[in-house]
Design a protein around this ligand. Structure first.
Ligand code: 13P
Ligand code: SF4
Length: 310
């Protein structure tokens, strides 16, 4: 079917279903272009919280759709491809996380939103890369267990001067960025500003001029006086960066050995066809057992409260 026909069909199905399409910046550009709302993990969760649509299609990965469902138990939440996972969530099984928590009963468990709904239910509070500094700061002197992203955890330790116990998972995309390629690009473009997501490895973050969530990186490209940027995050974000700052030069940082692995294979599982099919069939839908949902909701609500008040 031609591109325009699929786009028309999606628009028709969306009206019929009273659906809203929320998409992450790492989605394919064609999905970004027809989304009703685009955002980072925090913005997607906040938007899901206030929508009055009956159906939410979350074009992102599973933990994002689960968060939308936790915030909207009465709505249908669809994920175009149910296998769109996340290496951080996969690297932190709930049973192992529960055992780790049990060893440190005096610690507050702060979990990055990139985790399963089961891990959310076992956590005290959730954070995203947008609000993690605020959330950890708001917990004051309490010792912290931070899961599952070791790199974000290390970055927070440095920002806050506070050691934490870190779960050892990483993002398969951000961990592959090549420091050698970065040093080479920096030498070729000495005026370029290096911007990086905090899921990158520590040695790379040390070279960055600006570190932030996907929304923060996008805002930085538009606001910075720099004309050239070396972008150390998933390449899907370049689509919005080009729109926000068409006159600026954007240099995506390649992975090790120049591989194309700066694309998240999970995010890219969603396609226009799968988006159309899920709106037509109302599946795959996210379903979470009520007691699990209630416990996960507590830690997500805590994030929203601390994020708003801190
Ligand atoms: P953001 O919270 O910055 O959108 O990051 C989510 C993510 O999965 C990055 O890899
Ligand atoms: Fe997970 Fe990394 Fe993909 Fe983000 S880019 S969804 S952290 S695997």
């Amino acid at each position: 079917m031609a591109y325009v026909d699929i786009v028309d069909e999606i628009a028709r199905l969306k009206r019929e279903r009273n659906a809203v399409i929320l998409a992450h910046y790492y989605q394919e550009s064609e999905i970004q272009d027809l989304a009703d709302f685009l955002g980072d993990s925090l913005a997607l969760a906040k938007h899901a919280q206030k929508t009055d649509a009956d159906v939410i299609v979350l074009c992102g990965v599973r933990f994002m759709a689960e968060t939308a469902k936790v915030l909207n138990p009465g709505k249908t939440v669809l994920l175009p491809d149910l296998d769109a996972g996340c290496s951080l969530a996969d690297g932190c099984p709930a049973s192992a996380f529960a055992a780790w928590r049990a060893k440190y009963p005096d610690h507050a468990a702060v979990s990055y939103i990139n985790c399963s709904v089961e891990v959310k239910a076992l956590s005290d509070v959730i954070c995203t890369s947008s609000n993690a500094v605020k959330i950890v700061k708001a917990l004051g002197d309490r010792p912290i267990l931070f899961a599952p992203d070791r790199n974000l955890g290390r970055y927070l330790e440095q920002q806050l001067g506070k050691p934490m116990r870190l779960w050892p998972s990483t993002c398969i995309v951000h961990e592959t960025f090549s420091q050698r390629a970065l040093v080479k690009l920096m030498a070729e473009h000495p005026d370029a500003e290096v911007i990086a997501h905090p899921e990158c490895e520590e040695p790379l973050l040390r070279l960055a001029h600006f570190v932030g969530s996907t929304s923060a990186l996008l805002a930085r490209v538009a606001a910075s006086p720099a004309r050239t940027f070396i972008v150390a995050t998933e390449s899907g974000i370049l689509h919005q960066m080009r729109k926000a700052a068409p006159d600026k030069e954007l240099l995506p940082l390649p992975g090790q050995d120049g591989c194309g692995c700066n694309e998240c294979p999970h995010m890219k599982r969603n396609t226009l066809e799968k988006l159309r099919d899920c709106l037509r069939d109302l599946r795959p839908a996210i379903s979470i057992e009520p007691e699990l949902l209630r416990r996960a909701r507590r830690s997500v609500d805590r994030m929203m409260e601390l994020g708003a008040s801190a």
